[in-house]
Ligand binder design. Sequence first.
Ligand SMILES: *[C@@H]1O[C@H](CO)[C@@H](O)[C@H](O)[C@H]1NC(C)=O
Ligand SMILES: *[C@@H]1O[C@H](CO)[C@@H](O)[C@H](O)[C@H]1NC(C)=O
Ligand SMILES: CC(=O)N[C@H]1CO[C@H](CO)[C@@H](O)[C@@H]1O
Length: 325
Amino acid sequence: MYILTFITLCLVLFSARSFLSIPNVYNAASTSFSSLTTTSTSSPGYTTHPPWLLITSSSSSDFQRRLLVRWTWVSLFQHSGIFDHIFAVSSTDPVLLPIIKKENDTFGDILLLDDIKDTTWTANHIKPFEFFKKVTNKGWKGRTYDFVSKVDQDSFVDPVRTWNKYLKGRMRVSGTEEDRLMLSMPHEAFCECPAPQGGFYTLSWDLAKLIARLYDGMEKPENIGQEDCMVGRFPTDAGEQYEFMSMDKEESFDVVGEKGSAIARDWSKDQVERGHLEELENVVFLHQMKEEWKWLAVKDLFDEDGWAPNRSSGGSNLTSLHAHT
Ligand SMILES: *[C@@H]1O[C@H](CO)[C@@H](O)[C@H](O)[C@H]1NC(C)=O
Ligand SMILES: *[C@@H]1O[C@H](CO)[C@@H](O)[C@H](O)[C@H]1NC(C)=O
Ligand SMILES: CC(=O)N[C@H]1CO[C@H](CO)[C@@H](O)[C@@H]1O
């Protein structure tokens, strides 16, 4: 079953143009499959390698979703040179493991946790801490970064706008306590301490390392709470300081509604519906796109300069790296 799926996907891959017509939309950024596997060229200032690692937490058998992610926001924004993107996949399934390794032979973007089962519980409780532990200890391909993010596989993000708006200005300082950063939509009402929304959050490298260490030192890891809250709870309970920076509620939404009319629901306490996606002024992060139609509707609203619908109203200036330099 998995093997069939993978073979089908490989066929699809090598005749990429027919695949849901995704590559056509992004002609300007990267239609060729090879550009996904080559190391992105650095933009001025990041001459050695990108400063930011984004990690999509992906379910082991969801090959198709990983292709969608690679072909949409990752390929669209990768030319910026500010980030590397990988998937974290956990599995102990002897049938699946070799297939995932094959997938990685093609794309080279999978961090495999082969000692952790792929269950809803592991995904929502321990997996992110395990991959933060792994990357902050060993790096990714031996590299370390200034920031690391966890992204859900049903999240669509604009890392360039996020970078320019929140992270770029913090680049020169690193390593001291004041610089510990947690950037996300806040989840405070739910978690009772400054904690992130699990769909997309960014940690300074040292904070990710600290959180992984606190997780590793838990006496009863089986009693661990929900991931989002624990990301805040570990440092808070240990009396460690960190800065919580909130992403803009006017730019981050869940996608709800019916096929053909996707609606944005905000992250206020009451989860207010804000109207159709195209009516939004600007967007950096959309979430809750488990259904493929949502993903495909959303990818048409972004181009390499970010959120496209209201560009004439001035909403997208932060996205282009070149616009300000
Ligand atoms: C996946 O590919 C990358 C790049 O070649 C490599 O660094 C990494 O170790 C591979 N992971 C697995 C699980 O094979
Ligand atoms: C965005 O950029 C365009 C062209 O570069 C400019 O005309 C517009 O005024 C800018 N908008 C804002 C909000 O800065
Ligand atoms: C905020 C804003 O300008 N929204 C506009 C985006 O574009 C749609 C379609 O043109 C308009 O209906 C919105 O008012």
